[in-house]
Design a protein around this ligand. Sequence first.
Ligand SMILES: [Mg+2]
Length: 124
Amino acid sequence: MSIKKKILIIDDEVFLANVLSEQLAQEGYVCDIAGDGREGLEKSLSINPDLIILDLIMPVMDGFTMIERLRADNRGKKIPVIVLSNINNAKTVEEMRSKGAQEYLVKVNNSLTDIVAAVSKLLK
Ligand SMILES: [Mg+2]
């Protein structure tokens, strides 16, 4: 048996984070949740997840700032990041890719199954 991959979900939408966490757990991943960017950054650097799912609009610290700080730290340079946001415009997608996000998913356009598929694609 392989060691379970750890996924950190950083999102202030508690319901979405919980549902996504349960879905990923069913697929065999170990999940943790952070409710804002600062908590997400702290957890990223301490638990060293195999992948991060990152919302953009959040209290305390938004996802734009969080990924900048993550990529500025040696411990966070290589952790794959999937942005999962309601923001749907090419400029923001490009901005997040230039900040180091591997994938960008718009919430309303992607089902839980789509999100899980994007996770497993990045982790295989
Ligand atoms: Mg949000």
